[in-house]
Design a protein around this ligand. Sequence first.
Ligand code: NAP
Length: 299
Amino acid sequence: MLTGYHVAVIGGDARQIEIIRRLNEWNANVYLAGFDQLNESFTEAIDLDVESKQVEKLDAIILPVAGTDDQGRIDGIFTNRLIQLDESWLKNTPEHCTIFTGITNPYLNELTDKVNRTLIPLMDRDDVAIYNSIPTVEGTLLLIIQHTDFTIHGSQVIILGLGRVGMGLARTFHQLGAEVSVGVRSTKSAARVYEMGLTPINMNDVKNENMECDILINTVPHLVVDSLIIKQLPSHALIVDLASKPGGTDFKFAEKRGIKAILAPGLPGIVAPKTAGRIIADVVSHLLVSQVRKETEDE
Ligand code: NAP
């Protein structure tokens, strides 16, 4: 339970709705900004007024998964207004106020440093990224089924990266009967790919690797799907790029070659906002409770 906690939820997408629901269930005092166009009303929640004394009570602020832009503006799909996270009001929060974001950026890092508040980029945490990989893999399957006229079973699939998302993709596509190869850059990851019964591709020497496939999925957040790789793909191949914006594909070159390439950010929020919101709410609540427990023990 979060009885007695004051939590502000600012901006975001359908994932935030589930977070607000959970906070209400756990009896937290919830303050909202960026939900003025939402049909569903949260009668127990209070509109956040950053000019008011409300700010002095906040134990936590939950930002969208995308965080802020490089000037501190917070976007939300349930509002036309952009909300600004800045020093003028953040410095009025209690010292223990924790700011949760999905991903961070230099603006957020500098601002929270300046006002000496803890910033937790949730997607940097292994637990959140691994839980989040589940709806990401499901969203990838949906996208691929929608954009191909052949089965995944029996297809040649290359996955680039064997991180938290890559691992789930590799396992799932293998289980669906695809011929899976995984692009990795370390000998350790190559050994893991082999152990999984899959074919490793050495990404340090792509020139000498066979990159021909029906489906290529990228999870590496650097330009790795370049002209060298795209030139090897047959015309029916599909590229799905999951890496954070701007992705890791030379989209212009793919278009020039007539290869369909899709940048697919934010899949958990699109295909399973309820699950994705719960993942965030559960971790935030766990962190808030353990933070207060620690403060009590320290006193
Ligand atoms: P991760 O665990 O850090 O995995 C990234 C992988 O990329 C690792 O295997 C890493 O290799 C490899 N890599 C990094 N730089 C490389 C380079 N220069 N050359 C070759 N390989 C390189 O990250 P993740 O959690 O799997 O997430 C992957 C990406 O997907 C991120 O950009 C994340 O933001 C994004 N994402 C997107 C969605 C969506 O809906 N589209 C959902 C979740 C995550 P090493 O192991 O050797 O370091």
